[in-house]
Design a binder for this molecule. Structure first.
Ligand code: LLP
Length: 432
């Protein structure tokens, strides 16, 4: 950052950059947003979301493919609207998500419903609005879904989530395709489950799906899972049950800290070559990406409240906490943390190493550990790669209202969620 080089892009975040020593999202200064809206504040780039989506769309040119954004990654209405307007379908996991995505303008026929514990009420809700497919995760669920559909005089479109038993080589809490996970139907039981599904009066088998984990940074687990799934498709169709679509789930990772996942189009070039080689190239393909569409489109702004030097550790206490950014506490996840306006006057002065922590009363309430920073109380920091699984996992712990959210589109900054007040957090409660 200097007069000769006024723009400095941040690795992995093409729409977040320092311009003249001011951190910007697209053409909007983050220091201005923090001043106007307060902190903690999530700021998203619409262009970053659309360019992440475009990488998948490029990968699928000429194919019969449907991208279903896994909305659990970030389910804010305006974010869903961006993807709905771009033609996406959605992967939902609850009646709440279904109601939310329809409120954002989604086409129900492009919505799929995943998850191991769908209730009868949720099944009914999804059948009533005419969703595209239920991704069913157990034989017991097949029976209940058939029963619900028969009661409504309908046939539920179903895909069975099979567990290919491949190691996605990611954090154990976000690995889902191994035998010990609660997800999906075991590979060796899948044919029997398909026969059972085909025999039930309320079901129409339409597809097969899998999802092996999240934050996957290599192509190999996908290629292995694809082989396992295609073996099953051959067996199921040989048993007389046609499979219209194959859904390969989500899981592609992003660059948090020098991670080098394949680009979506490059990954799909490899996967489609395998599909073609095995004779399934013209089959309808579905995918359920979440993190890779939104993760690096968002930052969380937070103000430094206090510096607390100590014998063993220096603490930088900020106004965002584990209720806003739960990933470090839950998965020891790493997010880069950078100043919104670097302290130019001190250039050359030694950085101090801090643990960056929030105000919540838990030792687990940390956002970054051992970070070298030049900061003072009152500075604004940006926690990067905060577009996925942050706001959607935020809570009101310690009666902290959830943060506000901004969607930047070029020079425009739209407030897409107001900051929750303390009153909002207890508005549904009652004294006895
Ligand atoms: N499809 C299914 C069935 C899933 O379970 C998931 C994520 C996705 C798609 C989307 O996966 P993605 O493309 O986002 O990796 N909270 C954790 C991540 C949990 C992922 C759960 N399932 C985190 O913050 O790392």
């Amino acid at each position: 950052m200097n007069a000769q080089n006024p723009t400095l892009a941040l690795p992995g975040q093409p729409h977040v950059a320092y311009v003249n020593d001011q951190l910007m999202v697209e053409s909007v200064r983050l220091s201005d947003l923090a001043r106007e809206h307060g902190t903690p504040l999530f700021v998203y780039s619409k262009a970053a979301m659309l360019s992440a989506l475009a990488a998948y769309q490029r990968g699928f040119v000429g194919r019969n493919a449907q991208i279903c954004y896994a909305m659990k990654a970030n389910s804010t209405l305006a974010v869903l609207q961006v993807f709905a307007e771009a033609g996406c379908g959605f992967d939902t996991v609850s009646g709440g998500e279904l109601a939310r995505v329809l409120a954002a303008g989604a086409d129900p026929a492009k919505v799929i419903f995943s998850g191991v514990g769908k209730t009868r009420a949720e099944m009914k809700q999804a059948l009533q609005v005419g969703i595209g497919c239920f991704n069913v995760e157990s034989e017991a669920e097949l029976d209940v879904l058939s029963d619900v559909a028969v009661g409504m005089g309908l046939k539920a479109p179903v895909s069975l989530r099979v567990n290919p038993n491949v190691d996605a080589k990611t954090h154990p809490y976000i690995s889902t395709g191994l035998k010990g996970n609660k997800f999906g139907i075991a590979h060796e039981d899948a044919l029997r489950s398909y026969r059972h599904a085909a025999s039930l009066p309320g079901l129409q088998v339409v597809g097969i799906d899998c999802h092996i984990g999240s934050q996957i940074t290599e192509a190999t687990p996908y290629l292995d899972a694809m082989d396992r799934v295609l073996d099953l498709v051959a067996d199921i169709e040989a048993a007389g049950i046609p499979i219209e679509h194959i859904d390969f789930g989500g899981g592609l990772g992003i660059n948090y800290n020098g991670d080098t996942p394949p680009e979506a189009d490059a990954l799909w070039a490899q996967l489609l070559a395998k599909l073609d080689a095995r004779g399934y190239g013209q089959r309808k393909i579905m995918i359920e990406p979440g993190r890779s569409l939104v993760g690096n489109a968002g930052v969380c702004l937070t103000e430094v409240l206090y510096l607390k030097p100590g014998e063993q550790k220096n603490f930088c206490i900020v106004d965002a906490a584990m209720n806003d950014l739960p990933r470090p506490a839950m998965y020891q996840a790493f997010h880069q943390i950078v100043p919104v306006q670097p302290r130019l006057a001190n250039v050359g002065a030694a950085d101090r190493v801090y643990d960056i922590v929030g105000p919540v009363c838990e030792s687990g309430d940390w956002i970054g550990r051992d970070r070298a920073l030049q900061v003072q109380a009152g500075d604004t920091l940006a926690v990067l790669s905060a577009g996925a699984y942050c706001m959607s996992m935020a809570s009101n712990y310690n009666t902290r209202g959830r943060a506000a959210e901004i969607l930047v589109d070029g020079h425009h900054a739209h407030l897409i969620r107001q900051r929750e007040s303390a009153f909002d957090t207890f508005a549904l409660e009652q004294l006895v």
